[in-house]
Design a protein around this ligand. Sequence first.
Ligand SMILES: Cc1ncc(COP(=O)(O)O)c(C=O)c1O
Length: 488
Amino acid sequence: MEKCKLFQSVINLPYFMSYNAIRNLSSEPNGPKIVTQDIPGPKSVSLKKELSYLQNPATVQLFINYSKSTGNYLYDADDNIFLDVYNQISSMPLGYNHPALLEAVKDPANIEAFVNRPALGVLPPSNFVEKLKASLMSIAPPGLKEIQTMACGSCSNENAFKAACFWYKYKERGGKAPTDEDLNSCMINSSPGSPALSILSFHGGFHGRTFGALATTHSKPIHKLDVPSFDWPIAYFPKYRYPLEDFERENAAEDSKSLSHVAELIDQYKKKSPVAGLIVEPIQAEGGDNHASDNYFRNLRKLCLDKGVAFICDEVQTGGGPTGKFWAHEYWGLEIPPDIVTFSKKMLTGGYFYRDEFRPREGYRVFNTWLGDPSKMVLLQAVIKVVKEQNLLKNMETTGNHLLKEMKNIEKKHSGKLFNVRGRGTFAAMDFQTPEARDKAVKALHKRGIHCGGSGSKTLRIRTALIFESKHADIFLNQLDKTLTEDF
Ligand SMILES: Cc1ncc(COP(=O)(O)O)c(C=O)c1O
């Protein structure tokens, strides 16, 4: 019933939609509304109990009514309305039920993509090249002209690691074909066919939970416990002090400390397990919103070039616009782009862009059944159109500036309770004194109708949709201020 109403409202949209309607804001409520005494409310609690007979529901917070949810607002099963500053772990580009996406789903020309999921590596649809160009390639990072689609962030990183290893060994063999010994030994996981190569990652980094990706994830023990892993190098990541303008010297020293450690590790691993690739997030997201300077990343890129190590930039969480650019690494002003840029989340499909040297020479080296999903590219094409037409990257910059300025004011007002306000665009965060205080703030904000989440041990992170505006930021800021005044 609800769904019918929603579709009806889309069908009836006038040709010249108002500004609000285009941004999908006209259907939004005036603000959050909490109707149950506790969060989660009784319906969510009862559904969680039912789910518990089928699987471990430990991570489930709320059950959601997705047909009612709209724009920046999430409606739960109990009819509580939340302003969503977390967006499905940062993966909703245009909020809920955006008219442009509903239109794309209804368009008869797109139905085949939703109904027939192809094995893209062998039988891609006849419009595949056209769709790739109209969606992913239309926002490819500067200098990267090739693309591999994948299903999720973890498998994008997994395959990026493999591409780095293929590249490394191809160079080492001088372009010659692998020997029989290479081919036979790889079948029993032995050298030289299965070489001792490594991927360097950073303390605090998060790159996914599959086996290879997990070996480069270092944000929380619960992700890694009991899983065998590789002996791969893990480098120190800069730890900044805030406000940045007061600690320039100290933070520059952090950059140098990290860069020296990376160089040292690459040299140290040369004999036992040479570093084929290095993976880094432009902002360590799951690990606690840890930033490093543009200059740091320029030097890191240069170091990789000097040492012959593939530079893999994980934009799974930062990519797709929340920082005010499609790709956060665009802020660095690199002369030579990253070798590989991985994505997922706001891009709706996973995958990676890469420099042409990283194309495997043979088929089936980077491959699986689906290799992504063309229906997601249909949706992404619609998302990109809206982002461009509505200048949503600029919106992230404007809203982000407002959000950060006011968060800093709140930090001053509540000094001793809130620390280290930081961000780029609306990709913003703040620290609490302890993990318990952070968890208490997340819960208190939930009760006030703000759906937010944590990162790292004591950080509260903001991950908005691209349609989040200053008026939404003000609702969040007001509730944050009240929480710190009344609940702490
Ligand atoms: C930076 C980063 N890389 C990789 C991943 C893994 O992506 P997925 O959960 O789609 O496997 C995440 C997920 O949060 C992430 O934030």
